[in-house]
Design a protein around this ligand. Structure first.
Ligand code: FAD
Length: 390
């Protein structure tokens, strides 16, 4: 392999370029990015950047002293992968030829249908989104957040620190019921209440109304919530439509094995766009977490360079809400039991362990970073599924 195209110039793409150089690849690297920006860090966008305590310069992921010798092609999206001719077609009609391709196109925020073009309604995925939202919040008094997931909760927390009146709408009975389960989701509900944020659960959005600018959010129970700004945080979809017809297996992401390999030779997929086999989940999962996008590319790069390597670390993410650090590692299912092993949820400082057949399969910490790290290290992948008889 003498030339590699990396499609997607963010955390996973940059980590892949670094891994290529660390693994002694000295050929050409061409990084194609739809956004005009050099790689930047997304987690602060809903936290310090939105709250105004960090600037755009603080978000840089690249290190000025590092010489990766990457040919950056920024501001133009890839529109087609042509495995036969080993090339990627860009939106401006140009072609990039490469012996191998690393797919790192990430994900985009899901929109709430019917809100297109309505001023004051935001999603948050990119730096440009964050700049626009920050400007809008500066002139606003009432914020309604749709979705109490990580992004929604963090936006609520940041907006509250700016003094806004904040209401969060969640369709499920508690925030974060999917990843954390209802019991600990209820503790996260308490965090919103502690800080004067109105949380309304078990209710949906019927309509977002306004003229050229948003005026209110109408709920399915008939409530009308006046709003100057609305943030929609209802999840993200993988950026993989451009790969339709390329021969790749696409199912809520580019399907890969645990080593990042796709169905097409010399093409690997990494980060938020990849639906990779996870021994923890016992199936294919699209991990949408920073640490995965940072660490998993090294394994996929090794695989691409001919030394197949599986990424076996337990899934991990964190979230910062109202000054509380929430950390989670492992994979839980609805039938796992959960117990508090240290601290007190009412004090917003505790460690909880999820167990299956008496074994810890996941761990959640709130403001317990040291203890959390110790438990995280003890998590191991469940025993592999027995090989099928076929
Ligand atoms: P992305 O960062 O999504 O980057 C993909 C890049 O590819 C984008 O620049 C996109 O424009 C580009 N692209 C897309 N399509 C094309 C195309 N066709 N051609 C060329 N380029 C293309 N994770 C945590 O664990 N903890 C947190 O606290 C946390 N906070 C977050 C807060 C926010 C506001 C957001 C948005 C995410 C947060 N995350 C957090 C998730 C984390 O940032 C992502 O997991 C990580 O950014 C994934 O990196 P990636 O490179 O795979 O994808």
């Amino acid at each position: 392999i003498r030339s590699i195209a990396v499609v997607g110039a963010s955390l996973a793409g940059l980590s892949a370029a670094r891994a290529l150089r660390n693994q002694a690849y000295d050929g050409t690297i061409i990084a194609i990015g739809a956004e005009p920006h050099v790689p930047y860090d997304r987690p602060p966008l809903s936290k310090a950047f939105l709250a105004g305590t960090c600037t755009e310069d603080d978000l840089a992921l690249g290190d000025p002293d590092e010489s990766l010798e990457v040919d950056w092609r920024l501001g133009t999206a890839a529109v087609r992968l042509n495995p036969g001719s080993r090339s990627v077609t860009l939106a401006d009609g140009s072609e990039v030829h490469a012996d191998a391709v690393i797919l790192a196109t990430g994900a985009r925020a899901r929109q709430l249908p019917g809100t297109e073009g309505l001023n004051g309604v935001h999603t948050l995925r990119t730096l440009d989104d964050a700049v626009a939202l920050r400007a809008d919040l500066a002139a606003a008094e009432r914020l309604v957040v749709v979705g109490a997931g990580f992004i929604g909760a963090e936006v609520a927390s940041s907006a509250r620190s700016l003094g806004l009146d904040v209401t969060v709408i969640e369709a499920l009975p508690t925030p974060l019921a999917g990843p954390l389960g209802a019991e600990l989701g209820a503790v996260c509900a308490g965090l919103h209440a502690d800080h004067g944020v109105h949380l309304r659960t078990g209710v949906g959005v019927a309509a977002v109304t306004g003229g050229s600018r948003v005026e209110a959010v109408e709920l399915t129970d008939g409530t009308r919530l006046p709003a100057d700004v609305v943030v929609v945080g209802i999840g993200a979809s993988a950026n993989v439509e451009w790969l339709i017809g390329s021969g790749l297996d696409l199912a809520n992401g580019v399907v890969t094995d645990a080593a990042g390999a796709t169905r097409v030779p010399s093409v690997v997929a990494i980060g938020d766009c990849a639906a990779a086999y996870s021994p923890y989940a016992g199936g294919v999962v699209r991990s949408e977490h920073w640490t995965h996008a940072l660490e998993q590319p090294a394994a996929a790069v090794a695989t691409l360079l001919g030394e197949r390597r599986e990424h076996t670390a337990a899934p991990y993410f964190w979230s910062d809400q109202y000054g509380v650090r929430i950390q989670f590692a492992g994979h839980r299912t609805g039938t796992d039991s959960v117990r508090i092993v240290e601290g007190d949820p009412d004090q917003r400082s505790f460690l909880a362990v999820y167990e299956r057949a008496g074994r810890p399969v996941a761990v959640l910490g709130m403001n317990q970073p040291k203890l959390f790290t110790r438990w995280r290290r003890q998590l191991s992948a469940p025993d592999p599924a027995p090989a099928s008889a076929a």
